[in-house]
Design a protein around this ligand. Structure first.
Ligand SMILES: Nc1ncnc2c1ncn2[C@@H]1O[C@H](COP(=O)(O)OP(=O)(O)OP(=O)(O)O)[C@@H](O)[C@H]1O
Ligand SMILES: [Mg+2]
Length: 586
């Protein structure tokens, strides 16, 4: 998909419909009939009707055929227009769909990092801008460019038969008018691009505020939220105004040109008649054609600023496709094959963008089937550790290997298929509970989904809902409690049945009784699988084979629960605090 230029990008999607597109683009040639042929016939008719020898008895003989030809030509033109419309009815929806789906697919494949820096609302707006701007730019080329050329060529050619001086006058005016418009319109395009960017930033911020509406309410921060959006709205208002004023300036210049040429054509017409160069039929033709040309050019050039403004929007929108995917499969990436499930970190160094290294020279082996618990202060790097194994970010140096295969050398899909991951903050789709659980394995039967839900202790609360498994969960799962969302995530992991399991605070939102019940299912799930389990509640970890204590990206203690209690370290202090009840969680 070429994204270096708008033309190449849109052409890519027009190609499969190229015959239809070319015919549609050429259809304004029909305008020649209306702008030149028909007025010319009217001129002839007028010249005949005013002749003395044409009487009531002979009028049909004199003009009947001409009238019929004009009528038939109009019919032909209308048929041409409806024909292009029918071709468009078939091609446009397909082209829009192809553009939107391609853009959606590309954007969805951007890295996790990309999304952490973008507003989802602004991205969605750009995905929709692409097909919309395709249509408006296409119509512009069809009617405003090709239509104008066809209409002008035909009108001026016939005008040259009638009056060469007036043809020249109109020609000079057309060149002046279009030239002036094109000269001034570059700045309109720049102002429009700036306005489009301001608007996208603003709508991203609005979506951010709206989606956090409850936080806003609970902090009584309506004014604060308004105030934080205000500068963005001010910028948008300013750039919007600047663009509109520039468009008006361009139109003033255009209108001044029209006033001058109308006066000159009027004078030339009267002078031509005085010198006997023009007939009554010529007068009719000149009036008709001049106003036709004027209206056409005036109307169409008034749309030129809109064209450039749409170009600006389209350029902004295509930028989401120009940003390369930063985290891609290696060209010769193979499928990850997990036999045992050993995870190995070799001298891993990692830092977030513009941040000091979080992990440096980290080497670690998690043997196949081992159940490892991670503890440590908030921000010590536990989630980052599992995100690196999932390759949500690339390490700066070193390598992460699963069963001896570098995760950078295998496809991301095969890597993600091999790992069931329950994230710290589970977000669900606004779809039914059934669909949300089945997401882990789309070919699972209803029975398998329900079985997983039972193991994750979801079944009871799901069947208590009015619509059971068909209940919709609200945007990001907002209609469920935190613990219910976590249990759905656990059900997903059970259903996925992947050889490696990683849980980031998977039971943190559950009450002790439910957690205790789920532990049983979780331990059954962990059985025989390499497991990494992050938990603040140390009781959750006591049955792990091994515990790693994190501190600022370093592993400061490594051993079994019993071993770590035996040394007077961080873990044993935490354990004492938690078992004494002084600190339920850290
Ligand atoms: N996307 C990101 N961009 C930049 N820095 C990040 C990003 N995600 C995390 N960090 C930083 O990396 C550090 C480790 O974060 P991480 O989420 O791995 O901690 P954690 O041990 O999981 O903490 P918690 O127990 O609170 O979940 C923190 O200082 C955090 O601010
Ligand atoms: Mg975390």
């Amino acid at each position: 998909m070429p994204t270096h230029s708008l033309r190449a990008f849109f052409w890519h999607f027009m190609r499969p419909h190229r015959l239809a597109c070319v015919l549609i683009l050429l259809s304004p040639i029909c305008l020649m009939i209306e702008s030149a042929y028909v007025p010319y016939i009217i001129r002839q008719v007028v010249n005949i009707v005013i002749r003395d020898d044409v009487t009531a008895a002979t009028i049909w003989d004199a003009i009947g055929v001409m009238m019929f030809c004009a009528w038939a030509a109009y019919g032909l033109m209308m048929a041409g227009f409806r024909g292009q419309e029918m071709l468009g009815n078939r091609a446009y929806p397909r082209i829009h769909a192809a553009i939107r789906m391609k853009a959606f697919d590309y954007v969805l494949h951007h890295s996790h990092h990309y999304f952490t820096n973008q507003f989802a609302g602004a991205l969605a707006a750009k995905v929709n801008d692409l097909p919309r701007t395709f249509q408006s730019l296409f119509f512009f080329v069809q009617w405003q460019i090709i239509g104008t050329i066809a209409m002008l060529a035909a009108s001026l050619a016939v005008m040259a038969i009638v009056s060469v001086p007036i043809t020249l006058m109109l020609f000079v005016w057309v060149v002046f008018h279009i030239g002036m418009t094109l000269i001034t319109v570059g700045s309109v395009s720049r102002l429009s691009s700036a306005n489009s960017e301001d608007r996208n930033r603003l709508s991203g911020q609005i979506v951010d505020s709206l989606s956090n509406n409850n936080t806003v309410r609970l902090f009584a921060a309506f004014r604060h939220e308004r105030a934080s959006i205000q500068p963005l709205q001010d910028a948008e208002q300013h750039s919007h105004g600047a663009m509109l004023w520039r468009i008006t300036l361009v139109r003033w210049i255009q209108d001044a040109g029209i006033a001058v040429v109308l006066m000159l054509v009027g004078i030339a017409m009267v002078e031509g008649w005085r010198e006997g160069l023009l007939t009554a039929g010529d007068f009719v033709y000149i009036f008709y054609a001049t106003f036709n040309i004027m209206f056409f050019i005036w109307h169409n050039s008034a749309l030129i600023p809109n064209f450039f403004s749409e170009m600006g929007v389209a350029r902004q929108a295509i930028s989401i496709l120009q940003a390369p995917h930063t985290l891609v499969d290696a060209p010769d990436a193979k499928e990850l094959v997990v036999h045992e499930g050993e995870i190995k970190l070799e001298r891993v160094e990692f830092s977030y963008e513009n941040q000091p290294p979080l992990f440096s020279d980290q080497t670690l082996t998690i043997p196949a089937g081992q159940k490892v618990g991670l503890v440590g202060f908030s921000g010590s790097g536990k989630s980052t550790f599992v995100h690196l194994i999932l390759r949500l970010y690339d390490v700066n140096h070193g390598a992460i290997l699963i069963d001896g295969q570098n995760i950078n050398a295998v496809t991301q899909s095969s890597l993600h298929r091999a790992i069931a991951f329950i994230p710290q903050d589970t977000s669900l789709f606004h779809r039914s509970l059934m669909d949300n659980i089945r997401y882990a394995r789309p070919d699972a039967t209803d029975e398998e989904v329900i079985d997983a839900a039972k193991q994750a202790y979801c079944h009871e609360f799901i069947t208590a809902q009015a619509q059971g498994y068909a209940t919709m969960v609200g945007e990001r799962g907002i209609k469920l409690s935190g613990g219910q969302r976590q249990r759905i995530a656990i059900a997903r992991a059970i259903l996925k049945n992947a050889p490696i399991l990683m849980l980031d605070e998977a039971t943190a939102a559950l009450d002790s009784v439910t957690e205790h019940q789920i532990q049983h299912s979780l331990h059954r799930l962990m059985d025989g699988r390499t497991t990494i389990l992050i938990a603040h509640r140390l009781s959750t970890l006591s049955q792990m084979d091994r515990i790693l204590v994190f501190d600022k990206g370093r592993i400061i203690e490594d051993g079994t629960h019993a071993q770590l209690l035996g040394i007077d370290g961080h873990y044993s202090k935490l354990w004492q605090l938690q078992t004494q009840g002084a600190l339920a969680e850290i």
